[in-house]
Design a protein around this ligand. Structure first.
Ligand code: CAA
Length: 258
């Protein structure tokens, strides 16, 4: 499948998705959100994909936010629908994907761009990354999960300050406050993400899907994370991956889950 706004490339079990609107700093318009949903849904169902890496095209931006030109004259109802649809099709969709998604942050990650990285399971930033939620400077608030996920990642006080001031943070500060897992030079960004992805691909895809589900459950208000963990733990005992993983250990060989 070819896309108007995405480039996809698979090497082994790693799928790289590049958001490709460099002239608009990869801003997320409606079509790009739909294409990302399609590409991720396809990856989710594909046994030959173990990990997804998401990045932006060009050297300047990961994603500079939702496409401001598209929503500038929206009404209350249209604004509500923009946030609801976006969360459903992309941001919550990524968070709950069965495969780990790594954000390779190669420049500006602002508004919906930072929200996209925060929906991913792991974030790696290059030294030129600049991150922020500037929505209040436009007269709106983050609508793609930013008010929730930023507070979960860096704490309520710091999240409120970033949202109220609309300030950007540099990669070093983002690392200090736990917003990104690693910082590397721009030249090393892809390699670092692939290194993490390769390590993940050695482990059980079924167990990883259960781990994503269990960790996420702890952040849903009406769910008991520990209860979900018990259920997911139990389910693992019925999987072929569990049989392979434990047999391999007892037979003193490396497990082969693929
Ligand atoms: N939407 C649409 N177009 C955008 C865009 C966005 N979010 N961000 C950048 N662009 C476009 C610019 O309009 C410009 O296009 P033209 O050449 O056609 O004018 C092009 O990308 C290059 O941008 P700049 O000339 O502004 O580049 P710069 O280097 O001077 O500045 C920047 C870079 C600081 C990232 C600046 O572009 C900027 O502030 N962008 C907007 C960031 C923002 O406010 N994001 C939040 C969006 S709201 C949101 O995301 C809501 C939500 O949660 C749902």
């Amino acid at each position: 499948m070819s896309y108007n706004n995405l480039l996809t490339e698979r090497e082994g079990l790693i799928l790289k998705i590049t958001i490709n609107r460099p002239k608009q700093l990869n801003a997320l318009n409606k079509e790009t959100i739909q294409e990302l949903n399609h590409a991720l849904d396809t990856a989710n169902k594909d046994q030959d994909v173990g990990v997804v890496i998401v990045t932006g095209s060009g050297e300047k931006a990961f994603v500079a936010g939702a496409d401001i030109k598209e929503f500038a004259d929206f009404s209350i109802n249209e604004g509500t629908e923009l946030a609801a649809k976006g969360q459903d099709l992309l941001f919550n969709f990524i968070q709950n994907l069965k495969k780990p998604v790594i954000a390779a942050i190669n420049g500006f990650a602002l508004g919906g761009g930072l929200e996209l990285t925060m929906s991913c399971h792991i974030r790696v930033a290059s030294t030129n990354a600049r991150m922020g939620l500037p929505e209040t400077s436009l007269g709106v608030i983050p609508g793609y999960g930013g008010t929730q996920r930023l507070a979960q990642l860096i704490g309520k006080g710091r999240a409120m300050e970033m949202i109220f001031t609309a300030d950007m943070v540099k990669a070093e500060r983002a690392y200090e406050i736990g917003l990104v897992n690693h910082i590397v030079s721009p030249e090393e960004l892809t390699q670092k993400c692939e290194e993490i992805a390769s390590k993940i691909c050695r482990n059980s895809p079924m167990a990883i899907a259960s781990a994503i589900c269990s960790v996420n459950a702890g952040f849903v208000a009406n769910l008991d994370g520990l209860k979900i963990e018990i259920e997911e733990f139990g389910k693992c005992f019925g999987t072929s991956d569990f049989k392979e993983g434990t047999s391999a250990f007892l037979e003193k060989r490396k497990a082969n889950f693929n």
